[in-house]
Design a protein around this ligand. Structure first.
Ligand SMILES: [Zn+2]
Length: 155
């Protein structure tokens, strides 16, 4: 299935999401997300971070424990999308490109903001429910698998 943006623009978006993911201090999974408007402009970036002052030893804590403290990249991107735009404005973001498959909670938040298409690189079986919820809500969710990348980059 094809979205409003070219595969080339989506792949470019993934590179931008991978770049912003490097800002994450997480020793486990560094996640990045970009929100693109239907005309291909980047409207916001996000990465996973605790959104608070980190005390010494914070990142040494158990992974499950850390999970409770992290703002997910998708929510960070939505929060960074600060300026007000009407949804019919061509600059309003409608596409999210993420380095990791969104969890159900992030999927619902992206949907609430009017995101219609979500592209992601890494698949998480744990969060596979997001695929089911996205389908129910009419949101195109695309796994940028190796096969997808080969198809997308073919002339
Ligand atoms: Zn999430």
């Amino acid at each position: 299935m094809r979205g409003p943006l070219s595969e080339h623009r989506i792949i470019e978006g993934l590179k931008q999401a991978e770049k912003i993911a490097k800002s994450s201090q997480s020793p486990y999974t560094k996640v990045g997300c970009v929100l693109l408007s239907s005309n291909g402009e980047v409207q916001a970036y996000g990465f996973n971070h605790p959104d608070c002052t980190v005390l010494r030893g914070f990142w040494d804590m158990d992974r499950e424990y850390l999970r409770d403290y992290l703002v997910h990249a998708e929510i960070d991107a939505l929060a960074n999308f600060g300026h007000y735009l009407e949804r019919d404005n061509p600059s309003y973001p409608t596409v999210a490109v993420c380095t990791l498959m969104p969890c159900v909670s992030c999927l619902n938040s992206l949907a609430r903001f009017g995101i219609k298409q979500i592209y992601f690189k890494e698949k998480l079986d744990r969060d596979a429910k997001a695929m089911v919820v996205a389908e129910y809500k009419g949101i195109l969710m695309v796994h940028m698998s190796e096969e997808w990348m080969i198809m997308a980059e073919a002339p």
